[in-house]
Write a protein that binds this ligand. Sequence first.
Ligand code: PGA
Length: 241
Amino acid sequence: MAGPRITVVQDGEELARVAADLVADVISAIPAASIVAATGKTPMGLYAELAARRRAGILDTGAISAVQLDEYLGLEPDDDRSLLGWLQRSFLEPLGVGDDRVLRLPVDGDLDTACAAFDRTVEARGIDLAILGLGPNGHLGFNEPPSDPKSPTRVVELTPITLEANARYWGEGAEVPSEAVTLGMPHLLSARTVVLVIAGGGKRDIARRALTGPIGPEVPASFLQQTDAAVIVDRDAWGEP
Ligand code: PGA
């Protein structure tokens, strides 16, 4: 295994373009690709670029499907803070991915049983592409530290650092639920293609730790060092190239 391929870009525009090229390559090779797409600020430029390419008729997303990466627990379906809602607005609707092509994480009922069933379904389907961001604490999805390569799809208690970072998406004083469900690590680490996008000076320390530090559950993203993930990181997050 050659390890991650790290591309350092100047700014958000270049990050979006370089990442969109990789995503487009996957979709052109596998038109019915099964895709995990993270919410968060970092991939938003990428999703806008993909939508622009679709509108221009140079990207056909008509057969892709999506697998949900993470969701808070205890929200009403129409809550603004729903991550599925965010995914719908930023990725699914702009790319024309209808509800029938979205595998939604379970958010109620017997979650242990439902998460295990979800894992079996995803395992059978396989993930062709995982578009991921890097949490301030090294999480992937809501695989909070400690998470290891076997950590399954499950209910998680969000750490204070994640709660604080994610509340900011919804403006000052906002709060987010402290419990969530996350797609498990095995699906992310075994995706045929992983595109990890990282931006901003606030990620510099965790980006280095994740990609060059010791590999272990305290930094879940460090397990990507054992894959050939494509990492696209901006200059602020990585330092001078
Ligand atoms: P961000 O979130 O893209 O908003 O920095 C990343 C994450 O928490 O996974």
